[in-house]
Design a protein around this ligand. Structure first.
Ligand SMILES: C[S@@+](CC[C@H](N)C(=O)[O-])C[C@H]1O[C@@H](n2cnc3c(N)ncnc32)[C@H](O)[C@@H]1O
Length: 265
């Protein structure tokens, strides 16, 4: 236990020291092993059909629970956005606390399972602004889940949000789409938005993903020009599941990302 904490600490110090002097070329070479990996939307839907959803957690995510006060910052009835929401039970937990939740997910099965497994009834309607999309709304709780490609969603549909919980999202979209993703997410942030981002570090030579590896340096490249970024927590997340993928270490980082205050003219 002590040995693994020590090793994780050493790895983080080395990583953080190195990341402060990495240039774009170094970042590109780190990303190279996964740069061309593309997962089609149909492959995600297949995973749901075949119940290959090892990413789903039956309990509220520890990193969300631990950092919730920093996300809320004293606010009540916050509007949360869940990109690539799956059937995360975190959505019900937040709605039970009086917050509202909007999620986006491609799999209809995931959305229906979310409501059914949490004993909620729901309505289903088309979304005229997004051809082919549907929105599923809980009848009891303030939860609306859009069944569509995230990249077809925008602030014109549901406005901007006071908080975002990004777990299994930035790390799940195709690496080539990260800039587009960062632009979309920042466009969904209200001025007071507190965006909690969960990302993963591992050796990308050992596993092709998803989840994909997202180095600290890239989090800064993606969001740093418009946002302040604070690393809140960094934990050793290696379990037998990832050892079976061939990984020898896995670090889970949680960042709090907020829009830089803009000067009023
Ligand atoms: C790794 S899972 C994470 C789910 C959830 N956030 C959680 O923590 O359990 C990624 C989810 O995103 C969905 N997905 C992947 N790409 C998508 C896209 N472009 N638009 C909407 N949903 C997508 C998949 O069906 C899958 O349920």
């Amino acid at each position: 236990m002590w040995a693994s904490c020590f090793l994780l600490g050493v790895r983080l110090v080395l990583f953080q020291a190195a990341s402060s002097c990495w240039g774009q070329e170094d970042v590109n070479s780190m990303l190279a092993p996964q740069a061309g990996r593309v997962m089609a939307l149909g492959e995600w839907e297949e995973r749901w059909q075949e119940d290959r959803i090892g990413f789903h957690q039956p309990q509220v995510h520890k990193m969300l629970e631990t950092n919730i006060e920093k996300v809320l910052a004293g606010r009540t009835a916050v509007r949360f956005f869940f990109p690539l929401c799956g059937k995360a039970v975190d959505m019900k937990w937040l709605a039970d606390e009086g917050h509202s939740v909007v999620g986006v997910e491609i799999s209809e099965k995931a959305i229906k399972q979310f409501f059914e497994e949490n004993n909620m009834t729901y309505s289903e309607e088309p979304v005229p602004a997004i051809p082919g999309a549907k929105v599923y709304k809980s009848s009891e709780k303030n939860i609306s889940l859009y069944q569509c490609d995230l990249f077809n969603f925008s602030s014109s549909i549901e406005g901007q949000f006071g908080a975002i919980w990004d777990r299994g999202s930035l790390v799940a979209i195709n690496p080539r789409d990260r800039k587009k993703y960062a632009a979309l997410i920042t466009s969904l942030m209200a001025n007071d938005c507190r965006y909690l981002l969960d990302s993963l570090l591992y050796n990308p030579e050992l596993y092709k993903g998803p989840p994909f590896f997202v180095p600290d340096e890239q989090v800064h490249n993606l969001f740093g020009s418009s946002c302040d970024i604070e690393l809140l927590q960094s934990v050793d997340a290696l379990t037998e599941r990832q050892r079976a993928w061939g990984l020898d270490y896995l670090t889970e980082n949680v960042y709090l990302i907020t829009l830089k205050s803009t000067s009023v003219l």
